[in-house]
Design a protein around this ligand. Sequence first.
Ligand SMILES: Cc1cc2nc3c(=O)[nH]c(=O)nc-3n(C[C@H](O)[C@H](O)[C@H](O)COP(=O)(O)OP(=O)(O)OC[C@H]3O[C@@H](n4cnc5c(N)ncnc54)[C@H](O)[C@@H]3O)c2cc1C
Length: 416
Amino acid sequence: MRYSGFRVFAQGLTGNRGWRPAWRKPAPRDAYDVVIIGGGGHGLATAWYLAKNHGITNVAVLEKGYLGSGNIGRNTTIVRANYFLPGNSEFYSHSLKLWEGLERALNYNVMHSRRGLINLFHSDAQRDAFARRGNAMLAQGDDAVLLNRADVRRMLPYLDFEQARFPIHGGLYHPRGGTARHDAVAWGYARAADRRGVDLIENCEVTGIDVENGRVTGVQTSRGPIRARQVALVAAGRSSQVAAMAGMRLPIESHVLQAFVTEGLKPVIDHVISFGMGHFYISQSDKGGLVFGGDLDFHASYGARGNLPMAEHVMEAGMTLMPMIGRARVLRSWGGIMDMSPDGSPIIDRTHIDGLFVNCGWNYGGFKAVPASGWCLAHLVATGQPHPVAARFRLDRFATGHLLDEEGTGSQHNLH
Ligand SMILES: Cc1cc2nc3c(=O)[nH]c(=O)nc-3n(C[C@H](O)[C@H](O)[C@H](O)COP(=O)(O)OP(=O)(O)OC[C@H]3O[C@@H](n4cnc5c(N)ncnc54)[C@H](O)[C@@H]3O)c2cc1C
């Protein structure tokens, strides 16, 4: 069923009785050409681009919970292309372009909003670093504007400009940055992949990966064995556990990241704002809730819920930056399991096992990467060649030393 304004109107006239489920609930078949482990944003996007770009539709996405139950439905929804290093820069630029045509391509309203992202800076050194980053973004063909203090004050008058512990010197404005509704992204890709014949199998946990003579032959699941010629491991925070089923050890640590949302308020924050001196970023959802987050809890964990010290830190950082939010009531907080790589950049590569691919290491930035990640992994699986914009996301870079340390913080997973 195609969605359109006319369809909404016609359904409204007939009591909304004609809507059909957005995707089927098929039973797993015995064999597929490609099995994707993980029904998050990256797994679903990979399935859709395999079908759409390469005509490969004999595909199953196996999800141990329900579609969208992982990080794809837990993030703070920020979409941006403001990376500095060659390797990351062209990849996220490609992703942003895909975001901009995504709703039309999927025939689904993912509520992508180019409301602009402002990264604040609070010192001369930070300004210089952001000026360099802005130039790199412009050189990549994306947009960036260096704002001075007066510009920021005009655009964000509710920040504390008088008594702030860390005075605001200016900001790096990325007008095409913004947000998208995270669940809708999962649902949109799921529906589009299903329409092209991909089987989306929920409540199906992969418990083993079958390898014979150095080649993957299928997977064991909670719903029985499934044969496959190719298997893509796209399990985000659980990547290390799933890779261990094939006897592999990935350079990934799993850490909790928390997010928070307040009660619905009238529109007050028009942009996405990121604090330069504390761990705090914020935007306002279309429902009115202030959506904000901070840094990792700083210890490795598979618990999808956070701890109070980081919650306190995030609240303090928010109050330091914009005291007005002190009156808003927090409705919910939650955590997600982040797949942190040693250099803060992702991995999209084949493995030493024939037919087994890995896509992980998204750190806290994998939501905006969803379109390009799916596009590039589908390209790799279908053609056997890395896509040019993801060519540096190699698994062996930690052995060869060709790291992509965007933050310049060294090889410590929790610092990226
Ligand atoms: C609080 C928070 C805020 C964030 N904010 C942002 C942001 O603002 N911008 C941004 O770009 N990124 C952000 N991120 C990061 C982003 O959400 C993730 O990097 C990205 O969603 C990870 O990829 P995914 O969607 O495929 O992961 P997931 O949705 O976690 O998908 C992986 C799936 O694999 C499934 N799985 C695991 N093991 C198995 C198994 N054995 N068998 C079958 N299925 C299995 C899981 O159930 C899960 O559904 C944030 C993350 C969090 C937690």
